[in-house]
Ligand binder design. Structure first.
Ligand SMILES: Cc1cc2nc3c(=O)[nH]c(=O)nc-3n(C[C@H](O)[C@H](O)[C@H](O)COP(=O)(O)O)c2cc1C
Length: 192
């Protein structure tokens, strides 16, 4: 039996899509569980059209890695939450700076579909993280007293938080990504 996520991609290819966004493990929001290494290899065997790869891509070297794996585009979300322009709250942005990859909790209890969330926001909503993924599948009623809302008070973010240390204007993030990308490319050329 084909795994669920690759199965979706294959269905989309059969339907004649113009391109695919592969949301691999570690991505912010509703993420998959497959390693980007495995996922893109599997899909590339069936599809040579445009692919954007997502999942914990927060640096220029990760963008280059996505291309090396066979992606045409790198698709980033979490990195831009910690931008001055993002309308996320100051607490949300600070949590991203402080979090490591293991502070990202994967659960279907918040929206009913599995996604990645910042530990701190789940704790603040009064959720018992030890037992969060126990019990029946799907969304739970959480923190009614505090009125916590998914996405507003329970913060989505991917494992790429580990590489985010500063809140910057978007233009500076992009410049930094470009500099990191070029440095990584030079390093790869030195290996060759
Ligand atoms: C807070 C948050 C909300 C998101 N909401 C959506 C959404 O509504 N629809 C969607 O297709 N992807 C959504 N995403 C996923 C992003 O489009 C993207 O696939 C993902 O952020 C890429 O992984 P990264 O965060 O590790 O860079 C969301 C991501 C985050 C962090």
């Amino acid at each position: 039996m084909r795994n669920f996520i690759a199965g979706h991609a294959l269905k989309a290819i059969e339907a004649g899509v113009d391109g695919l966004i592969l949301v691999a493990a570690g991505a912010g929001g509703h993420a998959g569980t497959l390693s980007p290494f495995a996922l893109i290899k599997e899909i590339r065997a069936h599809y040579d059209g445009p692919i954007a790869l997502a999942g914990a891509i927060s640096t220029g070297e990760a963008v280059l890695a996505a291309q090396i794996l066979g992606a045409d585009l790198a698709y980033m979300g979490t990195r831009f939450i910690a931008s001055t322009e993002a309308q996320a709250s100051a607490d949300y942005k600070q949590s991203i700076l402080q979090a490591g990859a293991s502070d990202i909790i994967y659960t279907d209890k918040i929206s009913g579909v599995h996604g990645n969330y910042l530990r701190q926001s789940l704790e603040r909503a009064g959720l018992d993280l030890e037992n969060l993924n126990q019990g029946p599948k799907g969304k739970i009623e959480y923190s009614k007293e505090q009125g916590a809302k998914a996405w507003k008070d329970i913060w989505g973010a991917g494992q790429g938080v580990a590489a985010i240390h500063h809140i910057l204007p978007t233009a500076e993030i992009v410049n930094q990504l470009e500099a990191e990308y070029r440095a990584a490319l030079d390093a790869v050329r030195r290996f060759a």
